[in-house]
Design a protein around this ligand. Sequence first.
Ligand SMILES: Nc1ncnc2c1ncn2[C@@H]1O[C@H](COP(=O)(O)OP(=O)(O)OP(=O)(O)O)[C@@H](O)[C@H]1O
Length: 275
Amino acid sequence: MENMMQGNKIRRVAATRMNERSSRSHTIFRIILESKDANQKDGPVHISYLNLMDLAGSERVSLTKAAGERLKEGANINKSLSVLGNVIRQLSEGKEFISYRDSKLTRLLSQALGGNAKSLIIGNIRPMIHREVADGLERLWNVRVNCIWEADESSRHGEVYIFDHVFNQECTNSDVYGSVVKPLVDSFMEGFNATIFAYGQTSSGKTHTILGNKTDPGLFQLVSNQLFQHVADQVDKRYLIRCSYIEIYNEKINDLLDKSNQGLTMRRYQRKCAA
Ligand SMILES: Nc1ncnc2c1ncn2[C@@H]1O[C@H](COP(=O)(O)OP(=O)(O)OP(=O)(O)O)[C@@H](O)[C@H]1O
């Protein structure tokens, strides 16, 4: 866990008008779990993947006032998020061709998105900025049970967005974990591949969702606790747990656990996974 926290120190962040420490890269914390029956020496080994994704935030230049390098990063972030959106749409529509190859992010996730893999998208909403408060807005969104819609009638396009769960602004990471994340981690431990995304506009709290702080631990900590507790409880099983922590910055893959491992190339293995 300490190594992972060290990795955050080399993740690319920079100040924008919206966030003092805005993530300029997507990060993937990947856990690979291998399990086998302790009583069967040559028994089958089950392998499953869990990806915990802190996506960089989608950006509107009018709000971030990005220029130069920040603008280039923002364009890369928006482009890869749009490819991810396309892939998820194609998968949900049952399309035969899925455009995984259009970005590094989707290539790396291909194995954990398709087939019988399970995905969870946590959509974060940002608080109001000074300009919106000064314009007299009381809130950006109306919230009812499991749906939200824009509060500002003048900018409203009429859409009501429906979700499995909508959490209010007082909720903690532990609330989100208990309601929607824990069941997915249970599936991962039963052998399903799974991916959890923190997604949303810049400065909406995605990194907070994943990393949290001392009083409100993030999914990183909560998921690890669940995993290690499960492994300790299953006395008739043997486990091997492997982890990696990487970032995708301007379409380059960097190892956050080893500073010297930057600009990694992707290879395709026989089992069709990208690594
Ligand atoms: N639920 C929360 N409780 C306390 N502080 C929060 C919470 N959510 C976000 N913050 C704070 O708001 C600021 C912005 O949050 P964060 O960096 O997590 O946003 P982000 O969506 O990851 O932004 P970006 O896409 O720009 O990287 C940070 O200072 C963070 O600590």
